[in-house]
Design a protein around this ligand. Structure first.
Ligand SMILES: C[S@@+](CC[C@H](N)C(=O)[O-])C[C@H]1O[C@@H](n2cnc3c(N)ncnc32)[C@H](O)[C@@H]1O
Length: 278
């Protein structure tokens, strides 16, 4: 079977010297009809030709080059435009959900797809959910569509992501369920309201555990706690962080399950921990 990559390589074979042809990327991110490549420096002189071939084979309107990964608390992608339409806004459809975003300004991690699907059915119509790090609605919108909880309070600090969150609420017909909140979840905390709190953020998520517990009704309920840990620290370190904070509220922690979301670096993974605070 001829794969899209075989086709790309064959088409570029007429343009690139052999040593450079071996360096074209075998992987890419396709977000809606916007393609993100990670081109090595040696390919710089040929980047427009390379982008055109990838765009044609993969049916994309725009090609961006990932030059710096994802930056800062607000998770801003460091990419440059290299080819195609300069209107970089797109709609990415996944699991029946429509995510509108601009990949020039907002990240979308395709590696989190299994977790987005898993979490979509975790709630139910009796619950109130708080999403502390909503982004464009990565978890909020699938939960609203498939679990139909009473309410989801969705916090987002980045105004651009917040703007897309609002658009995605309308696009997916969940205006009755989702209440978007622009700002820092620690400053705008609505206390004593939730049955379940989603903490879809990594880096220093432990700093937000007390905020999550404050959101829980009577400081009891479920937390989905994400962060990055070395394999050998699992599950003791996250359990330590959670227990340390729960004790301040006179509560206990039960680890229901945990799973690896994706690899982050050798021996280090992004995990999610489903815990019960009681
Ligand atoms: C990008 S999402 C994480 C990705 C997501 N879990 C997925 O499935 O792809 C994390 C979001 O949290 C937001 N954020 C970070 N700190 C925050 C805070 N203190 N309050 C509210 N939102 C915050 C960031 O702006 C970002 O949009």
């Amino acid at each position: 079977m001829i794969t899209p990559f075989d086709k790309i390589k064959s088409n570029l074979g007429e343009i690139l010297p052999k040593d450079l042809l071996d360096r074209i990327p075998r992987k890419w991110e396709k977000i809606g009809d916007v393609l993100i490549l990670k081109l090595s420096r040696e390919l710089k002189n040929y980047e427009k030709d390379i982008a055109r071939v990838y765009a044609n084979v993969l049916s994309c309107k725009t090609v961006l080059n990932d030059i710096g990964g994802i930056r800062g608390v607000e998770r801003i992608p460091v990419v440059e435009y290299i080819y195609g339409s300069k209107d970089t806004e797109t709609i990415h459809i996944e699991n029946g959900i429509r995510f509108m975003l601009d990949p020039m300004r907002i990240m979308f991690s395709s590696g989190n797809i299994d977790e987005r699907i898993r979490i979509s059915t975790i709630s139910n119509p009796k619950e109130v959910v708080v999403d502390l790090f909503a982004g464009i609605g990565y978890f909020t919108i699938p939960i609203a569509v498939y679990s139909k909880p009473k309410k989801i309070y969705a916090y987002e600090i980045n105004p651009i992501a917040y703007n897309y969150l609002c658009k995605n609420i309308v696009l997916n017909h969940v205006t009755d369920i989702v209440k978007p909140i622009l700002g820092d979840n620690r400053e705008k905390t609505i206390e004593d309201i939730a049955d379940r709190v989603i903490m879809g953020y990594f880096g220093d998520t432990y700093k937000f555990i007390s905020t999550a517990i404050k959101c829980l009704r009577n400081h009891k309920g479920f937390i989905h706690y994400h962060d990055v840990f070395p394999e050998e620290d699992i599950p003791d370190k996250p359990l330590y962080y959670l227990t340390e904070q729960a004790e301040i509220f006179n509560r206990k922690v039960e680890m229901i399950r945990y799973r690896k979301v994706k690899s982050y670096a050798p021996g280090i993974n992004h995990y999610v921990f489903d815990v019960k605070i009681w």
